[in-house]
Design a binder for this molecule. Structure first.
Ligand SMILES: [Zn+2]
Length: 135
């Protein structure tokens, strides 16, 4: 593995299960055991019913592109060599939306409503990034 020089996520106590699952190449989100809501991003309280009994569940990793943009100028100097790249919001089959990158196709091929699936990029021994590719 070559040295990874881009900014890395910093898992918190709340988000750690997400990152641990990603390391196993699984997509997990939270599920409220009180009202049944599926929740992403990770948090301590259900945004629907304010319940605090949230569990982590493995989800399909399937979704559709809800919105996207093609970054033709880097959003951070560390990403300069990656342009053009796609920053997208993917709506998971379970409902929540996740901000991510679309990889595995040309940026021009991405479109709203496109079926995608999670793919996992092991960037350091500790961190695996969750991205999406055409399904
Ligand atoms: Zn709830």
């Amino acid at each position: 593995m070559t040295e990874y020089k881009k900014p890395l996520p910093r898992p918190t106590a709340t988000s750690l299960p997400f990152w641990q699952a990603a390391k196993r190449h699984e997509l997990q989100i939270q599920h409220c055991t009180k009202c049944g809501a599926h929740i992403f991003y990770p948090r301590d309280i259900c945004p629907e019913c304010l319940g605090s009994e949230l569990e982590w569940i493995k989800v399909s990793g399937k979704g559709v592109v809800y919105s996207y943009t093609i970054a033709r100028a880097p959003t951070h100097p560390a990403f300069a060599e990656d342009v053009p790249y796609v920053i997208a919001i993917v709506e998971l089959a379970e409902g929540p939306r996740i901000t991510t990158n679309i990889v595995g196709c040309k940026p021009e091929e991405v479109h709203i409503g496109m079926g995608v699936e999670a793919t996992f990029e092991d960037v350091t021994p500790e961190i695996t990034l969750v991205k999406f590719r055409p399904a």
